[in-house]
Write a protein that binds this ligand. Structure first.
Ligand SMILES: NC(=O)c1ccc[n+]([C@@H]2O[C@H](COP(=O)([O-])OP(=O)(O)OC[C@H]3O[C@@H](n4cnc5c(N)ncnc54)[C@H](OP(=O)(O)O)[C@@H]3O)[C@@H](O)[C@H]2O)c1
Length: 276
């Protein structure tokens, strides 16, 4: 009887130790939206290099070559489809990933324009699609659906995954283009700029709601970053631009140090406080 009790206890202790070891040795997991280009792609590369479990999401019908190339070097990177403007697509991935802890959820997907023709306030004398007098309201609605609703819906759909993780962090990619407390540089960009202002407020509210659950929600400004698309839109001539590598390695450093004291704050890639 005593011997049986001893052997049962030994098995129990061994099982508990195995579960504990599996949990404590599990690599941290990051899920990134809009991961096939620009800052999202750079996040994938850098977290993969660090040995994280990376869930790289994109909205294309086929796996983008940019992500396929990373998977060849980093087989732990999982590529999943998720269009953040499509609630069914978000729900489908959340259902697939039910029970998978997500330490860092990065709401990165965003659009500035529809990439067709002139977008800004002054295009060689012609008004752009985001200026009064020539507003494109389909573009406006799409910008809101992706930049604002997308980040809220993704945060909501994956909240249990984040709550179940060790780090419990949600990042939203804001922009000082949405800052209301600093002077504007030029007019135009109405859809993009107002979407970022709305995103900031939305994520402040999510941060407030989730803080009691231990979830750290932070809005980040990546800097003015010269991604491939920025290069196509604006050329490389505007002042203060930084490389995607500099921006993303800076943001990853900041994300690693965030605690609940940072919840609801707006932080730049280099750790400086960004203006609301
Ligand atoms: N670059 C900057 O200077 C800067 C400054 C401040 C803030 N930001 C913000 O940082 C984020 C990344 O910017 P970026 O410069 O890297 O932009 P980017 O190069 O244009 O990349 C945007 C990414 O978002 C994806 N995306 C767009 N709509 C989507 C949707 N409905 N569902 C899923 N993915 C979608 C794009 O996918 P497709 O390839 O399929 O279009 C792409 O992968 C954005 O939120 C942007 O507003 C950037």
């Amino acid at each position: 009887m005593f011997q049986r009790w001893i052997s049962q206890s030994v098995v129990l202790v061994a099982l508990t130790a195995a579960v504990f070891t599996a949990q404590s040795t599990r690599a941290d997991t990051v899920l990134i939206t809009g991961a096939n280009a620009g800052l999202g792609l750079e996040f994938v590369k850098e977290y993969a290099e660090k040995g994280w479990d990376v869930i790289a999401t994109h909205r294309r019908s086929d796996v983008p070559e940019s992500l396929a190339a990373i998977v060849r070097d980093h087989p732990k990177v999982k590529v999943e489809r998720m269009d953040v403007a499509d609630l069914a697509s978000i729900k489908a991935l959340a259902t697939k990933l039910k029970g998978v802890p997500i330490d860092v959820l990065i709401n990165n997907a965003g659009i500035y324009s529809d990439r067709s023709g002139c977008q800004t306030e002054n295009c060689g004398g012609k008004a752009g699609k985001q200026a009064l007098g020539s507003m494109d309201y389909d573009l406006f609605d799409m910008t809101m659906a992706i930049n604002v609703r997308g980040s809220i819906a993704v945060s909501e759909a994956f909240i249990d995954n984040v709550r179940a993780s060790k780090q419990k962090k949600i990042i939203a990619m804001g922009s000082t283009n949405g800052s209301l407390t600093q002077p504007l540089e030029g007019s135009g960009g109405i859809a993009y700029r107002s979407s970022k202002a709305a995103l900031h407020r939305a994520m402040q509210l999510v941060a407030l709601e989730e803080k009691p659950q231990g979830v750290i929600v932070v809005v980040m400004h990546p800097g003015a970053v010269l991604t491939d698309r920025q290069l196509n839109l604006f050329g490389d001539g505007y002042p203060g631009v930084i490389s995607p590598e500099k921006s993303v390695s800076g943001m990853i450093k900041q994300i690693a140090r965030f605690t609940l004291d940072d919840a609801g704050h707006f932080i730049q890639w280099d750790g400086a406080v960004a203006p609301w």
